[in-house]
Design a protein around this ligand. Structure first.
Ligand code: GLU
Length: 299
């Protein structure tokens, strides 16, 4: 008799009490929070550029396609590779989550079209060995810098006469239209013959190899990328004569997006992903990863 009473009345009451207790302290709410939460994509306020890119499912990245170890479309597999590309992937992961690197639409953005590409909304960001300067800041804004280069000179290994920017008088020097390299060389070596220019540095390197020009000038780290591909024929003069802080171009006035990209860079500095990106790409030139420069959150 006693056992039947226990089964019929006390057991169900005990069971109900246990279920109620497992629902927490709020008097038996029917909460269904799972024990483990699967992390979804990051959440952004509606109307921000981050939310717009995420909703589109692609981040449009303007970068170079001809600069070894920085932004190069590899003809053997059609992948775009390099340090700038890795920086782009870090930003894409911050927007989309872990699979962000697969959600990039790469657009070739040569030096002279970079400001317009950002201003006209053809790309979301430009990461393309892009020097931050006041003239460009009239048209777009920059996150970063994420690296600081210096302009230098590339010559054939056999060359003995070009030893620095002061030795370029009368020499044919190739560089790229729309670059700081062109304006700098005109200012610092006014006697140099800069009548041959192209829209890409790879074309200048070809002109150097076949003797149409005596030298190529642009940032040292870009030139080292070309030397890495042909170390028997090319050498760097190795006398940098400018400072080129590389920024990430974003639309002018988009302060929330610029702050987000700056935050993302700082996280990448702190968690080692910036250094990992360097070591896998530009580090192959033999240049050890430098201490990354502090980002400049200018007003
Ligand atoms: N960093 C320089 C510039 O932004 C030269 C390299 C380039 O043309 O991408 O103009």
């Amino acid at each position: 008799m006693k056992t039947r009473w226990f089964r019929r009345f006390l057991l169900p009451v005990l069971a109900i009490a246990m279920v109620a207790a497992s629902c927490g302290d709020d008097g038996g709410s029917t909460s269904t929070t799972p024990a483990t939460t699967v992390a979804g994509p990051p959440q952004f306020a509606v109307g921000t550029t981050m939310a717009t890119i995420q909703a589109r499912g692609k981040m449009i990245l303007g970068t170079k396609f001809d600069q070894p170890l920085f932004g190069l479309k590899n003809p053997t597999n059609n992948q775009v590779e390099g340090f700038d590309v890795e920086i782009g992937k870090i930003i894409a992961r911050a927007i989309f989550g872990a699979d962000g690197a697969s959600k990039i639409d790469y657009q070739e953005t040569t030096s002279k079209v970079r400001e317009d590409a950002v201003k006209d909304g053809k790309v979301d960001i430009v990461v393309a060995t892009y020097t931050i300067n006041d003239a460009r800041k009239q048209i777009i804004d920059f996150a970063g810098p994420y690296y600081v280069a210096g302009q230098d000179i590339l010559v054939k290994k056999t060359n003995t006469t070009i030893t620095g920017v002061e030795s370029l008088a009368g020499k044919k020097v190739c560089t790229v239209q729309g670059s700081t390299s062109l304006t700098n060389i005109q200012a610092k070596a006014p006697q140099a013959d800069v009548s041959i220019t192209f829209d890409k540095y790879s074309l200048c390197v070809e002109a150097l190899k076949d003797g149409r020009v005596d030298a190529v000038t642009t940032d040292n780290i870009i030139l080292l990328g070309f030397i890495n591909d042909d170390p028997t024929n090319l050498k760097l003069v190795n006398k940098p004569f400018t400072t080129e802080p590389y920024g990430i171009g974003v639309k002018k006035g988009d302060t929330a997006f610029r702050a987000f990209v700056n935050d993302t860079l700082e996280k990448a500095y702190a968690d080692g992903s910036w250094k990992k990106a360097w070591d896998a790409t530009a580090g192959k030139t033999g240049q050890a990863a430098p201490t990354p420069p502090p980002v400049n959150r200018y007003a």
